[in-house]
Ligand binder design. Structure first.
Ligand SMILES: [Zn+2]
Length: 138
């Protein structure tokens, strides 16, 4: 039920923004899901639909646009940036979920430049909200 907890958090954040921006209607919300978050996109999309506040007219027509953020790493010793897809056939859609835990990643990821296994994860963690599109009543 991980997806439902995340969906709740997204809805709460969007409601807050809608209130702050005094939006009368929220039309589209971009949600960026890090590949390391290892959630099921379809379950998450359904969860967002399920937890949207039914009594809140602002959300009647909202559409959630999910996108997957690929993992990006930066080598600590040499600063090279790379992703786990390095050396593998690039996925045509760029959206192939890579499900691994960061601790495991350190045992098989190597910098393509200097072969160091020491890296920071720049992107691909967590769930973030991108653009929120809505309308105000003027
Ligand atoms: Zn390196």
């Amino acid at each position: 039920m991980h997806e439902y907890a995340l969906a709740d958090a997204v809805i709460a954040a969007v409601r807050k923004t809608a209130a702050d921006e005094r939006l009368a209607r929220v039309l589209r919300v971009e949600v960026r899901v890090g590949a390391l978050q290892s959630i099921d996109e379809h379950t998450f999309a359904r969860a967002l639909d399920t937890v949207r506040p039914p009594d809140d007219a602002r959300f009647a027509a909202v559409e959630f646009a999910l996108s997957l953020v690929p993992v990006r790493c930066r080598c600590r010793p040499c600063g090279a940036e790379y992703g786990p897809e390095v050396g593998a056939e690039a996925d045509a859609h760029g959206a192939e979920a890579i499900h691994f835990v960061p601790e495991l990643a350190h045992s098989y990821l190597r910098c393509p430049r200097c072969q160091s296994p020491d890296f920071d994860i720049l992107e691909g963690r967590g769930v973030t909200i991108g653009r929120i599109e809505g309308e105000r009543d003027e």
